[in-house]
Design a protein. Structure first.
Lengths: 548, 308, 284
């Protein structure tokens, strides 16, 4: 029962060899893998709640819906807007009226003709409060939407009308420069009326779902896979090269990475935080990193102490964060350090403000200290803050790093409060309790408005308690502004004001990061990270040599 | 006699089940946050609509009674998170997966564990016995979630022999690592039990008589020792099935297997009230049933016992 | 009587070679966990961003390397060990506090009270208890005190059953009848005669209970429901180690080895204690 000296030595030897092996990774497996040209296997993050385009939420569902459905407008691989179900369209002089001409050969997957009436039905369903869509207010630029959501007007008054079978008219409240890009969002997709009515709420299941995109739903195993098959009735079906697309629900990026590594996935939804450097070394050009329209930020509650009326203190905390270090060492995927709120790459917008990037890093820290002392804190009387974030390895690592920076530069004592997602969601709303809340915002559509609207005093996602009538006025002004340049100027003013008041600490701008096997061709990066399986193919040449 | 006993046990299980459902119901409903809280805030009107649709606007005790009454009709309600599916649908797809995983792991544990135990007992205090015993204690001490990552690293990533996770198309290769990880501690436990009881049986007077008569050892083991020696293993099967069910929660998480354990954890996180309750009800019944079956086997094997 | 039996325990224990070694290893681990963090030049939470996932190195003082945030693995593993062992001990104390009086009362009074109390235990036994622990964690958030209580609260059943069995057999001993004849009150009998004679069983099953609890805690922490940052435990460390294992296996190996070793040793010691106890029972 007891180990002899000799046995101990063997055990130690085995352990040492194990550790050695772990260091050098012999990897014999990946050499001879040859992919199936008909099947694309995608890692897709969390399991989508539903594939009903009007009730779906989140990126994983949106990815699948893009393959299943097609809206009036679609996107090319590089993100350019291209005709979808609408072959072409006219925009009126004042920019308020859109006339869409639908394709003659647009059909549902069961062969039914797709008509302008289908779109009228779908837009109404999407906006109808009974549907329970969380995105209906995205469409509030359309005439009468706000009144309908409030319940002040009947659905039939909606500014979406069918002029004939193939012509659709959409009337807007004001000229909205981003309206066409909005039409790629799933909340504007058409749904098949008969099947929706027949199955009431539960039509998006295999065997029931009738869609109009390049793919149809073939199989759905909850918490595992969603399988799509090529839709032969799609108007451009000849262009579709891959027959089967399998979306794998894998919550944990580390697990996803393992399965990609073992050649069980062709494409990952993300890369575990901090592993990008390693992945670059390991997978070389398979690593795809590109700018993404999203900002990672900390919201400061300005409605109660210690941050109420203390814009200097808020600025000090913001300046004490070494954003370069966070993007270089913690997230380390080529994220951009965020010194302003609206990320670069947004259409028709250029951010003009910044958090003192003119200063050198050392000067910035000096200024942060000065502001901190001015706010009445010191080493003996440190600021104590509570930082709320939701349980996730990524957020944990970033929160720990920022807390360490605050402590080091200012002496701030940060209490990390880590809550599981649902608790986090209900706690972040409670302005009488929160102090600092970890947040992130990803654009629903490519426009600065999507970012700036967040800090309107009555916006549902404003978790800072920021309430500045001047800011609200600027946004209202931008909302009805028809001139592109003037609108940009007003929005820039608003962003400037926001950064001056500092209810928010932007930390970095997201990048989309994924691993794509070399045999997947036709993949192109774009700022929205929207990809369509119909544009991809799997090279028949089979396996390309892996870099080592 | 037998049927009366079974009926008695089943009726006796009803209060247990009720208590279980009651506790679980109030626990999930008192968790902070609700099923419809999401990254995107929904408007108050939409929220009210959803609450009405899922009967969340009613007082809790009414909801409880409603739940019970639909449960009696075999309806576990709609899933709050997966809006297109009912809990019955989900269990129909998830349970066979978990059941398969559990049954294979359990059979493996019993067969391998008993064999190792017998071998160990027959070679008592020899080198083989020592190694088996070391293996058994180690197997009990190392939890599945420690074994699993190493297995994945070794067999899936370095060697590329087995998939790193997933459960598609019912490939046997998908099951190998999860089953092994799940069975390992149970193999260890059963080996230990079997060894102990086998030694005791082998020392008993009637076996000594058999030995004296000159019967070959394998016949003694096969004909006379296994049946009495296996009794402690049988009575361990109840706790073992509970342990395998619990273990599968983590194993399904690590290997990405779409089974009940994963549903449960995800359901608890997402406040999918009905899904959580469905899993608890199902597993509660299963454990009750497993205990009943174990008792029946026990009585069947041990003639000294009678149904009480 | 308990005095001598404990002496006997230790004597028997130290004559058994394997459990002696286990005792040594365990003592070593406890000592390490206790004073080890002071030996390290680094504390558990300070990040060194220039040393992320660095290899174990005797020269720079990161004896077990650093983790993904540049924190010292050695001191983190020991701190995690403190939490794990603490959870193990405190939850066991909770289960003793509930289980011993419960079992003793049921066994001592017998009859209807016993039947009723044991029926409750039977009902609780059939619950899928890990599921309830998970629900408890979700409901009450994750504070460490709660983890103790939750685990202890569901873990007292074994203790209650064993104590009841033992109490039943003690009740029938001659000295109990003698005490009764002498007119000792029931409380005196429980306090003077029953409880001291339970010490042996309780010690054995407590020893076996600690590793169980440590495993349960790490199981929950592994699911991400247990101990929260900046505090940590072996289960939480294994969880985060798993994410980095292909680049930096030491982050996983260190807590995994310590956890397994501790559980192994405690099991072995518990087992031989039980053997010793059996011997004593035979001689009584």
């Amino acid at each position: 029962m007891v180990f002899s000296v000799l046995e101990w030595r063997t055990i130690c030897l085995v352990l040492t060899i194990g550790i050695q092996l772990a260091g050098c990774n012999p990897e014999r497996s990946n050499r001879h893998y040859s992919p199936d040209p008909a099947v694309l296997r995608i890692g897709n993050g969390t399991e989508p709640q539903t594939l009903d385009p009007h009730r779906a939420e989140g990126v994983p569902a949106a990815n699948i819906l893009r393959d299943l459905y097609e809206g009036l407008v679609s996107e090319a691989p590089d993100g350019q807007l291209i005709p979808g179900v609408a072959e072409h369209w006219d925009i009126s002089e004042d920019g308020k009226q859109y006339r869409f001409y639908l394709r003659d050969n647009a059909r549902w997957s069961n062969g039914d003709k797709l008509t302008a009436e289908d779109f009228v039905y779908s837009f109404r369903r999407s906006i109808d409060p009974k549907t329970g869509s969380s995105y209906s207010n995205v469409l509030s630029c359309i005439d009468q939407v706000e009144a309908i959501i409030r319940g002040d007007a009947p659905l039939s008054t909606l500014g979406v009308k069918a002029l004939d079978q193939r012509t659709l008219l959409i009337q807007l409240k004001a000229a909205t420069p981003y309206f066409l890009s909005l039409l790629t969002h799933s909340t504007t997709y058409p749904v098949h009326r008969q099947s929706v009515e027949r199955w009431s709420g539960q039509f998006s299941r295999p065997g029931r779902l009738i869609s109009n995109g390049a793919y149809v739903l073939d199989d759905w195993v909850i918490q595992s896979t969603i399988t799509l098959k090529k839709n032969s009735r799609y108007w451009n079906a000849d262009h579709t090269r891959i027959d089967t697309v399998v979306y794998h629900a894998i919550d944990d990026p580390s697990q996803e990475l393992q399965r990609y590594w073992a050649n069980e996935l062709d494409w990952t939804a993300s890369i575990p935080v901090g592993q990008v450097e390693w992945a670059k070394h390991k997978f070389g050009s398979q690593l795809q990193i590109s700018p993404y329209l999203g900002t990672y930020y900390y919201a400061l509650n300005v409605s109660r102490p210690p941050f109420k009326d203390q814009s200097g203190l808020r600025l000090a905390l913001s300046m004490a964060i070494d954003r370069e270090l966070i993007v270089d060492k913690i997230t380390a995927a080529g994220e951009l350090p965020a010194y302003h709120w609206v990320p670069p790459g947004v259409l028709n917008y250029q951010s003009k403000s910044s958090i003192d990037t003119a200063l050198s890093p050392v000067q910035r820290l000096e200024k942060a200290k000065r502001l901190y002392y001015q706010a009445g804190y010191s080493e003996d009387n440190p600021l104590r803050v509570k930082l709320l974030y939701n349980t996730s390895d990524n957020h944990k690592r970033i929160a720990l790093a920022i807390a360490a920076m605050w402590r080091k530069t200012l002496g701030v004592e940060t209490e990390l409060i880590n809550q599981e997602w649902k608790v986090f969601l209900s706690q972040r709303k409670q302005l009488d309790q929160t102090q600092v809340v970890r947040s992130g915002w990803i654009a629903d559509y490519n426009d600065a408005w999507s970012f700036l609207e967040l800090f309107q005093s009555d916006h549902g996602m404003n978790f800072t308690g920021y309430n500045n009538p001047e800011y609200d006025a600027l946004l209202s002004k931008a909302a009805i502004e028809n001139s592109q340049t003037e609108r940009q100027r007003v929005l820039q003013q608003a962003e400037n004001l926001l950064l001056h008041d500092e209810p928010v600490i932007p930390v970095f701008f997201y990048v989309s990061k994924s691993l794509v096997k070399p045999w997947v061709q036709g993949f192109a990066a774009n700022v929205m990270d929207h990809h369509y399986s119909k544009d991809l193919r799997i090279s028949k040449a089979g396996h390309l040599p892996e870099p080592e | 006699m037998l049927w009366k006993y079974i009926a008695q046990r089943l009726v006796g299980a009803i209060p247990t089940l009720l208590v279980m459902i009651f506790i679980a119901f109030y626990l999930v409903h008192s968790a902070p946050g609700g099923p419809f809280d999401a990254e995107k805030e929904i408007s108050a009107e939409v929220k009210a609509n959803l609450d009405r649709l899922y009967q969340l606007d009613q007082p809790l005790h009414i909801q409880f009674l409603n739940y019970l009454s639909s449960l009696i009709q075999g309806d576990l309600g709609p899933s709050f998170r997966y809006r297109d599916w009912s809990v019955n649908d989900l269990i129909q797809t998830g349970f066979p997966v978990s059941l398969k995983l559990g049954v294979i792991a359990m059979s493996l544990a019993v067969v391998v564990g008993c064999m190792l135990g017998i071998v160990s007992a027959l070679n008592r205090n020899q080198i083989l016995d020592d190694w088996i015993r070391i293996g058994a204690v180690t197997g009990i001490a190392i939890p599945g979630f420690v074994v699993a990552p190493f297995l994945i690293l070794f067999f899936a990533i370095w060697l590329g022999w087995l998939p790193a996770g997933g459960w598609q198309y019912n490939r046997p290769s998908d099951m190998l690592m999860p089953v092994a990880t799940l069975a390992l501690p149970q193999i260890a436990y059963i080996t230990k039990l079997m060894r102990g009881s086998m030694i005791e049986v082998l020392e008993s007077s009637y076996i000594r008589t058999a030995k004296a008569k000159g019967l070959p050892i394998y016949l003694i083991v096969l004909r006379h020792s296994i049946k009495p020696a296996i009794l402690p293993v049988i009575s361990y099967l109840g706790p073992a099935s509970a342990a395998i069910i619990t273990g599968s929660v983590v194993i399904e998480q690590i290997f990405g297997i779409p089974g009940m354990g994963r549903y449960f954890v995800q359901g608890a996180m997402n406040r999918d009230y009905t899904l959580v309750l469905g899993v608890v009800v199902l597993y509660g019944m299963l454990i009750l049933l497993a205990n009943l079956i174990v008792d029946l086997i026990y009585v069947w094997l041990d003639p000294k016992l009678r149904y009480e | 009587m308990p005095q001598s039996s404990i002496l006997q325990f230790t004597e028997q224990l130290t004559t058994n070679r394997s459990s002696r070694i286990c005792l040594w290893i365990l003592t070593l681990i406890v000592l390490l966990v206790w004073i080890g963090p002071q030996l390290s030049a680094y504390d558990t939470s300070t990040s060194d961003f220039s040393l992320i996932l660095s290899v174990p190195d005797l020269v720079n003082g990161h004896w077990l390397g650093t983790d993904a945030l540049g924190r010292d693995v050695f001191s983190r593993v020991l701190h995690g060990g403190r939490v794990s062992l603490l959870v193990g001990c405190v939850a066991t104390l909770v289960s003793i506090a509930i289980g011993v009086p419960y079992g003793a009362i049921a066994g001592f009074y017998g009859g209807r009270i016993d039947a009723l109390m044991m029926r409750v235990v039977d009902i609780l036994y059939t619950m899928p208890f890990m599921f309830f622990v998970i629900l408890l964690m979700v409901v009450f958030g994750r504070n460490i005190v709660l983890i103790f209580v939750a685990i202890g609260a569901v873990n007292w059943l074994d203790m209650a059953r064993i104590v009841r069995g033992q109490t039943l057999s003690i009740k029938n001993q001659d000295y109990m009848t003698a005490a009764k004849v002498c007119g000792a009150s029931q409380w005196v009998m429980i306090y003077r005669h029953v409880l001291p004679n339970l010490t042996g069983v309780v010690v054995v099953y407590a020893t076996l209970n600690v590793p169980q609890v440590i495993l349960i805690e790490s199981f929950i922490s592994f699911l991400g429901l247990g101990i929260q940052e900046p505090a940590t435990s072996w289960g939480a460390l294994i969880n985060s180690g798993m994410r980095d294992m292909h680049r930096a296996p030491w982050v996983l190996i260190a807590p995994a080895v310590l956890l397994s070793l501790t559980v192994l040793c405690l099991n072995m010691i518990g087992d031989s204690l039980r053997d010793v106890l059996d011997v004593r029972q035979k001689t009584v």
